[in-house]
Design a protein around this ligand. Structure first.
Ligand SMILES: [Zn+2]
Length: 411
């Protein structure tokens, strides 16, 4: 049997049509979660699901799930992503995963193909977290990781709650959160980074999402005259901040593998040219795909920070700003993505995701994985976000083949 081919032009047309909603004059899109533009994007997507003969359900956190029946009444194989954007977002982040899912349904519908398991396409609420925190809110609630009442009472910077906005835009639905139960989940997404482009590869077979540890350090030293205080008598907060900054770079090289380490924010006070810094407040961002290595990096960092503070005679304290364990995707789905990539004759590598995605939440309740396509210049969360049409089409074709294999696999 020949393999159905997705309609690449239709996919591109739909990406551009949805990209018109909340379009910015500079190019790109502003569809913040639960805004009027988000409502219009949801309306458009829901109408498209109905056109395809999908059964559509909206739950109490506003997640939209369209289901296309299978020959058997089983939990569906789910595709999907999100259609909310940051304030200056692009056309592809999230939208691509949703619209490629709908393109898969359209292709199968036209070919008169029905899979054994049903297929579903999900649009998860507030993935970006640009207006309401936490990010990945809809998928986190879907898998039971965040209580619904807590999510609904979350407010934006103006004090407007998720519940108020869901009701205002007409997307607080009645479907039970967490239904349908999902057989497996595949999310197609642009890479949002430069790795595939740099290596000249067409597909990223995503094995997991790296863990994140954010820590803020505060160093308390003694401010004094830069001209009259001998070096040996100083208690310099800036020095310790600088030493830790150098240390984390060395740490990432020493631990090797996929350890990333960044000092991204640093404030000195009084921040004057001729005064030794009394205080330094800085952040350290550590990321690793391996949870043991991430914990090791954290303990090495804290040990070094204490030691550097002691040597300089200053006090150092810290608080955690965020901590997420790495997520490993299910080998069943990851291997299937790899096999289908090979069947398609596409060049690829296995890789972790540097950013968070709804798939890491779904991974808590069902076998899940992701597919990446290259981002031109590695740009994302940027109006200049771009992926070449051929790459967009290839990714959608791969998605089709992966869900066919998943939905028809023996059980
Ligand atoms: Zn996204």
């Amino acid at each position: 049997m020949s393999i159905s081919q997705i309609n690449g032009q239709r996919l591109l047309d739909n990406l551009h049509a949805l990209g018109q909603i909340g379009a910015l004059p500079s190019g790109g899109v502003n569809r913040l979660a639960l805004s009027d533009a988000d409502r219009a994007g949801r309306d458009w997507t829901l109408a498209r699901m109905r056109e395809l003969g999908m059964r559509v359900a909206v739950d109490a956190i506003g997640n939209i799930v369209g289901t296309y029946p299978g020959t058997e009444d089983l939990p569906p194989v789910m595709m999907g992503s999100h259609i909310d954007t940051v304030r200056t977002g692009g056309l592809y982040d999230g939208n691509y995963g949703v619209l490629a899912g709908l393109e898969v349904i359209d292709t199968l519908r036209e070919a008169g193909i029905q899979t054994q398991r049903p297929l579903a396409v999900a649009v998860f609420t507030n993935e970006e977290g640009a207006r309401f925190q936490p990010d990945m809110m809809g998928s986190l609630v879907y898998v039971g990781g965040l209580p619904l009442p807590e999510a609904l009472t979350t407010s934006d910077a103006d004090g407007v709650s998720v519940q108020t906005e869901l009701q205002r835009i007409g997307y607080q639905g009645t479907a039970t959160v967490g239904e349908p139960m999902v057989d497996s989940y595949v999310e197609l997404h642009i890479e949002q980074g430069p790795v595939l482009e740099q290596l000249g590869l067409q597909i990223g077979v995503v094995e997991g999402v790296q863990g994140i540890s954010w820590t803020e350090f505060t160093v308390e030293g003694q401010s004094n005259h830069a001209g009259t205080t001998p070096m040996a008598l100083r208690h310099d907060a800036a020095l310790v901040a600088a030493q830790v900054t150098v240390f984390v770079r060395e740490l990432s090289q020493r631990l090797g593998g996929r350890q990333l380490a960044t000092v991204g924010a640093l404030r000195l006070s009084p921040n004057l040219v001729n005064v030794i810094a009394q205080q330094a407040v800085f952040t350290v961002d550590l990321r690793n795909t391996d949870s043991g290595a991430l914990a090791q990096a954290e303990s090495d960092l804290h040990a070094y920070a204490q030691q550097a503070a002691q040597a300089e005679g200053v006090r150092i304290t810290h608080r955690s700003l965020a901590r997420f364990e790495p997520v490993a995707f299910d080998p069943l789905v990851v291997n299937l993505v790899e096999q289908q990539t090979q069947a398609l004759g596409a060049s690829y590598q296995r890789m972790p995701s540097g950013a968070g995605h709804d798939a890491q939440m779904l991974a808590r309740v069902c076998p899940s994985a992701m597919i990446f396509v290259p981002s031109v210049g590695g740009l994302s969360h940027n109006v200049r976000e771009h992926t070449e049409p051929a790459d967009l089409q290839r990714g959608a074709q791969l998605l089709l083949q992966v869900v066919l294999a998943l939905a028809n696999r023996p059980y």
